[in-house]
Design a protein around this ligand. Sequence first.
Ligand code: SME
Length: 160
Amino acid sequence: MIDLNAAGAGHSGYDLLAAQLQALLAGERDFIANAAQFCAFLYSQVDDLNWAGFYLNRNEELVLGPFQGQVACVRIAFGRGVCGAAAATRQTQRVEDVHAFPGHIACDSASNSELVVPLVKDGVLIGVLDLDSPKLARFGEHDQVGLERLAQIFLASTDC
Ligand code: SME
């Protein structure tokens, strides 16, 4: 596991993850292959996750994509739950306590906090990247910035 707060020689944990992700996705542009690699990479390298994966925009409805973790709900309407809010607003949703989030969809009862990053390429909403943690308030502003950066690397490396 990488200590995401480690700061040595100007490299934070997310600097290292960004370099590793660039290398991992280099030379391949297939969406499913890169999405599967990306969520497996996050799930193995980011501490305290119990779910990491994609919901994809299918005619203004989110449909489950590649993921790591427990089986999950398949379809989520825009505006519903944390993922639906990220899709509807195109704003990252960083939720310290999912039980306090109106309409939160509990796929895994172990989840206590969540970060959902909308994936927008050339003005088109491709879907969302969803990370769940059993720890309350697992994701800080530092994580939001870092994971938004990783999402941009994924989008730039992948044909959507
Ligand atoms: N909790 C999410 C649903 C997806 S699962 O966490 C994998 C939500 O409220 O949108």
